[in-house]
Design a protein. Structure first.
Length: 394
């Protein structure tokens, strides 16, 4: 197993009032080592790995000893502890190597969850076979974790077995998208006793919708589950190869986690265009926003003016429904509107085929349902009231 070595220079400005390197600065040191590993060393080994971009989903860092300024660089040793379908974990030690006169000195131990990102499409992506082959050269899984599984972070409360590895990979991709939009994102998990699915609720900022992803379970739960957790920690705890996820410890959720759409009472709403037309409407709206933004004079290209244009475009409704275009935009951005890969031939009914894109209403809520997930939003006129809202204990 190889380890990447990066010798990081220390700068006088890195020290704080206490005379040692500030705790925040260490994150920049780790970033330098990570970039040297992923963006310089990988192509140098004959791979174009990660040249398209990546985002950080989570940092965990333990400070062991103070580090003071000096002329000699400090060694940052990096390696990979987990390779998932759409994320990886890098572990580091910031240290001085042992010499004849002194033992090894470790200043910081840390790890980072990294999500590969498609900059052109503006969304997370899966790790390619070429990238996986490169990363496996630096893979060293924790000693106490079974092969193919990551170490559970502190505070974990239990493991769920998913239906298959594809279900785990889709869950990881959904969480990666939520973390991209909000690195401090929380999700609420719900599953009924005896039920076969885990419902994952999230709220991507700016879209003003709730996103729901159902993950099929391999076996029914003996007891109900209802907990709010960190999306980043849950992403880190997804074991794609083992088709399992370890539920992190609970967190204090944001206000939306206590106000979810109703479980029942949903009725179909007519007038929604076909999935292809919905995707085309979202693409046209994105193109219109970009064109209008580029046409703004420099003195008017402000955040408030861009927000005004966005509100005008995304508040438009789809077809003959009340569904705002922003809900379809959220579904597209979260990967819910992608085409179904296993179409059913005409005239050949298949009970296992994914349901088409459809719109439902219940009380003050609208729900856009797709084979890959749903987005829910308040109906116009229901925002100021409490119609259709169920407040549930967190």
């Amino acid at each position: 197993m190889a380890r990447h070595h990066y010798r990081c220079p220390l700068r006088w400005a890195d020290m704080d009032a206490f005379g040692h390197v500030n705790n925040v600065v260490f994150l920049r040191y780790l970033e330098e080592a990570r970039i040297d590993f992923m963006f310089r060393l990988a192509p140098g080994e004959g791979s174009e790995s990660f040249t398209g971009g990546s985002v950080v989903a989570r940092h965990e860092i333990d400070y062991k000893l103070p580090l003071v300024h000096r002329h000699e660089p400090v060694l940052i040793e990096s390696w990979v502890t987990r390779i998932g379908a759409a994320s990886l974990t890098i572990r580091y030690e910031v240290k001085d190597e042992a010499t004849e006169d002194a033992p090894e000195t470790v200043y910081v131990r840390a790890e980072t969850v990294v999500v590969p990102y498609n900059l052109a499409e503006g969304r997370p992506r899966r790790i390619t076979d070429e990238e996986r082959h490169f990363l496996e050269q630096y893979l060293d899984q924790p000693e106490k974790a079974p092969r193919g599984r990551r170490r559970a972070p502190r505070g974990m409360s239990g493991q769920l077995r998913l239906a298959d590895s594809g279900e785990a990979a889709d869950l990881a991709a959904f969480l990666g998208r939520l973390v991209h939009y909000d690195r401090a994102a929380a999700v609420r998990l719900q599953a009924a006793a005896g039920g076969g699915a885990l419902a994952v609720f999230g709220r991507p900022p700016s879209f003003e919708v709730l996103a729901v992803r159902a993950a099929r379970l391999a076996e029914p739960l003996a007891a109900p589950l209802d907990v709010t957790v960190s999306a980043g920690e849950l992403l880190e705890a997804v074991d794609e190869s083992g088709a399992a996820v370890t539920v992190p410890g609970p967190v204090t959720g944001p206000p939306w986690t206590g106000v979810l759409p109703p479980r029942g009472g949903w009725s179909p709403v007519p007038g929604l265009p076909a999935a292809e037309a919905v995707r085309a409407a979202v693409a046209a709206a994105v193109a219109e926003f970009r064109a209008r933004d580029e046409a703004l004079p420099p003195q008017h290209r402000t955040r408030s003016e861009r927000d005004r244009i966005g509100r005008e475009i995304w508040s438009r409704t789809l077809g003959d429904t009340e569904l705002p275009l922003r809900a379809a935009h959220a579904a597209q951005s979260l990967g819910f509107l992608r085409p179904v890969r296993t179409p059913v031939p005409a005239g050949a009914p298949d009970a296992s085929a994914p349901a088409p894109v459809a719109l439902f209403a219940s009380g003050g809520w609208l729900r856009l349902s797709t084979p890959y997930g749903s987005v829910a939003t308040r109906r116009p006129g229901a925002l100021a009231g409490l119609a259709g809202i169920q407040v549930r204990p967190v």
